[in-house]
Design a protein around this ligand. Structure first.
Ligand SMILES: Cc1cc2nc3c(=O)[nH]c(=O)nc-3n(C[C@H](O)[C@H](O)[C@H](O)COP(=O)(O)O)c2cc1C
Length: 701
């Protein structure tokens, strides 16, 4: 492998606009980057004026954050600084399980130098830099490896640079080209000149820290993180994977103790939100990471509760009894073999940007990642929807992510394209092979940024695209012209919209994300309907239902209305697959189709109200709940309701209501099966019997 050439990008002439987005063009070289910078500086000057006259400010963070920090020793000379927040940092869709988050960075001590891998979000800046200065001598900090950088992390990077004594500078940064472009266009001029020396790396290049730490870089770009880069240290066999294998969860343990039982749902949720919609790029990244676990992981098969912990203890002991003692690293001989063969990455632990350091579940997690990715790629056969966007600060990207999740929930394939990172040929090719598309843009200086203008131009000039359903969305600050422009141009060209335009002021709220998810599901259903048989053939299905299907249809549950609220997002659905499941505590199960809007409001830990409908009193309520709703439209219309203490709605005409908390959910084919504990309830009508929904076949409601 070749050593990295120390190409000093900071020599490039750069604009000095710390707030400017580096993302809205696609420089591939220093020359292209300079050109881009000149263009962007013009945008920046105009925008600065606009900002000054802006009537609205970006809202303050919405939730208080209980944060703390842990320093964890991984090997003799590798540590993790884990910034933790008990509360989620943002409303973005991937924080939906509300289990807090961690931002991990890693310290490797080499021969008379120290390298830091990744920097945390600005929420953690102060505590992080103080802790770093206590953990290492800042003079020794020579290298900063960035597997990912975003505007929200720049503040921490600047503070780290400020904490290094002047005589020890500049800090050598190793990152991908998109990360270098972002750094050079976003950091203040004097900072770049004095503090940083940026080295752009390619896959396979290495950085030798001494003491056996010869870091290998592997580029793993995706549309959401075009700068994605993993780093492998053969001497410790630690693989630093930035967003890959991450989960937003904050626990007392730093490792994946408890394995799949504890973290499985969180890994899966993060994957579904962030990598499922970019399955092709996720697949390409996984192929570059032929991970093999160093130790055989403990088997959790058939184990629960205390047995899982026992399996972990056994596993940890096996590590302790190895010649490596406390270190989870491995012998240099094995590492050499790995490097030489270049076939396998023998990994003692996966060190992600968020969530636990994965030690006992390496094999399982990698296997599941591969399986989920293949499943997502297969979904494309049933229909593909393109999600095309640009986003300077991540707000429009967060909307795109939520729309993608809605599409994925409905069982269709999604391909996301970040226009900052691709040419119009890629946009055209993707739209051509898609059944529908959505396009999203922020408003910058009164317009769509150039990459989106180009992408839209390519779509408008493709006459075959006009038959495809579409949707537009975008974040703005005060005037929001971009969404109007996209909508108008598509309308004028005769395109039809699968959902109303989504306009979001600055950061999305819970309700906006809910609207996005529902819009994603709506456009997927439009595609599915177009592919489906005619009404006659649906009717025929009833007639042709097999005896088995008819038999299954004879199973009935209570007819209920489930209502849930999460912040400013609320939804409801008619539920007939409801059954009592436990006496003590009183518990019940509800099956929720994966594509239901309410699905994202009933994740484990969430609460809901179950309204039990009465015989002879259910038809008006059922009619209201079964009508088609626009994304985000209130579900109850004119029905009389009152608010329950958990935020759900109680129907005045229900014969009983129950306040429930979701304990767990199980994947059951095309539904999620919720197990919920009843916390409170009331019988409103003692005389009526429970309504049930009789069906002709078990293959539909
Ligand atoms: C340089 C700059 C120019 C902007 N110009 C406008 C504008 O003309 N009109 C507007 O409504 N918002 C404007 N905004 C606000 C952005 O649209 C808003 O921050 C939005 O959330 C960005 O979305 P993104 O995170 O997807 O990039 C501007 C912001 C910046 C930084």
């Amino acid at each position: 492998m070749a050593a990295v050439s120390s190409q000093a990008l900071h020599n490039a002439r750069l604009l000095s606009c710390p707030q400017a987005s580096p993302l809205l063009s696609r420089p591939r070289s220093v020359e292209a980057q300079q050109q881009h910078s000149r263009k962007l500086s013009r945008v920046c000057v105009r925008a600065t004026k606009a900002v000054v006259s802006a009537p609205a400010q970006e809202p303050a963070p919405l939730e208080s954050k209980k944060t703390y920090l842990r320093l964890v020793q991984l090997t003799d000379d590798t540590f993790s600084l884990r910034d933790q927040s008990l509360e989620r940092l943002k409303f973005e869709v991937e924080y939906g399980l509300k289990a807090g988050t961690t931002d991990n960075s890693y310290i490797i001590k080499g021969q008379s130098c120290t390298a830091l891998i990744d920097v945390p979000d600005q929420t953690f800046t102060k505590g992080h830099v103080d802790a770093l200065a206590q953990a290492i001598s800042m003079e020794s900090l020579k290298y900063l490896v960035l597997g990912h950088i975003s505007p929200k992390r720049l503040q921490t990077l600047i503070a780290i640079g400020d904490a290094i004594p002047e005589n020890a500078l500049p800090l050598q940064v190793y990152c991908s080209n998109p990360a270098a472009v972002q750094l050079t266009s976003s950091l203040p001029e004097e900072y770049k000149a004095k503090v940083l020396s940026i080295n752009v790396v390619k896959s396979g290049e290495t950085l030798d820290l001494g003491n056996g730490h010869e870091l290998q870089f592997i580029l793993t770009p995706t549309p959401r993180w075009p700068d994605g880069m993993c780093t492998y240290d053969p001497s410790s066999q630690l693989l630093f994977t930035q967003k890959l294998f991450s989960a937003h969860i904050c626990t007392d343990t730093d490792f994946d103790v408890g394995g799949w039982e504890v973290f499985g749902e969180h890994w899966r949720f993060f994957y579904e939100c962030m990598l499922g919609p970019v399955s092709k790029q996720a697949d390409a990244a996984l192929r570059k990471l032929p991970i093999v676990a160093q130790f055989s992981p403990p088997s959790y098969a058939g184990k629960a509760g205390v047995d899982v912990i026992k399996a972990d203890i056994q596993y940890v002991l096996s590590g302790l009894l190895s010649p490596l003692n406390l270190s989870i690293g491995a012998s240099a001989v094995l590492a050499k073999t790995t490097t030489d063969s270049n076939k396998e990455l023998v990994v003692s632990a996966i060190c992600p940007l968020h969530g636990p350091i994965v030690r006992s579940s390496v094999t399982e997690l990698v296997r599941e990642y591969r399986a989920w990715t293949q499943e997502k790629i297969k979904q494309i056969d049933d229909g593909l929807i393109a999600v095309i966007y640009a986003s300077a600060y991540g707000n429009t990207a967060a909307l795109a992510q939520a729309i993608s999740r809605g599409i994925s929930k409905a069982g269709l394939g999604v391909e996301s394209l970040n226009t900052e990172d691709c040419g119009i040929e890629e946009v055209s090719a993707l739209v051509r092979r898609s059944n529908a598309f959505v396009i999203g843009s922020p408003t910058l200086a009164g317009h769509m940024p150039t990459p989106i203008q180009n992408a839209l131009g390519a779509i408008l000039s493709d006459t075959t695209a006009r038959t495809k359903p579409c949707g537009v969305f975008g974040s703005f600050g005060w005037s929001g012209e971009a969404v109007d422009e996209m909508e108008q141009k598509l309308k004028d060209a005769g395109f039809s919209f699968a959902f109303p335009a989504i306009r979001c002021k600055f950061k999305p709220t819970e309700a906006t994300l809910q609207t996005c998810e529902e819009s994603g599901t709506d456009i997927a259903q439009t595609v599915k309907r177009a592919k489906l048989k005619t009404k006659e053939s649906v009717a025929q299905q009833y007639v042709l239902a097999s005896s088995v299907e008819q038999a299954a249809g004879r199973v009935v549950g209570a007819l209920c209305v489930l209502s849930a609220r999460n912040g400013d997002a609320e939804s409801a659905m008619l539920a007939s697959w409801v059954s009592q499941a436990s006496f003590l505590p009183p518990g019940l199960t509800v099956a929720v189709a994966k594509e239901r809007a309410v699905e994202s409001l009933v994740l484990p830990g969430a609460s809901f109200v179950l309204n039990v409908l009465g015989q002879g009193k259910s038809s008006a309520i059922s009619r209201q709940l079964l009508k088609p709703f626009k994304p985000g439209e209130p579900r109850f219309g004119a029905l009389e309701t009152k608010e329950a203490s958990n935020g759900g709605k109680i129907l005045t005409d229900a014969i009983a209501w129950l306040e429930c908390t979701v304990q767990s959910r199980m994947e059951a084919g095309d539904h999620w099966l919720l197990y919920a504990v009843v916390e409170n309830g009331e019988l409103q009508d003692a005389k009526s019997l429970t309504a049930v929904h009789h069906r002709k076949t078990g293959s539909r409601y």
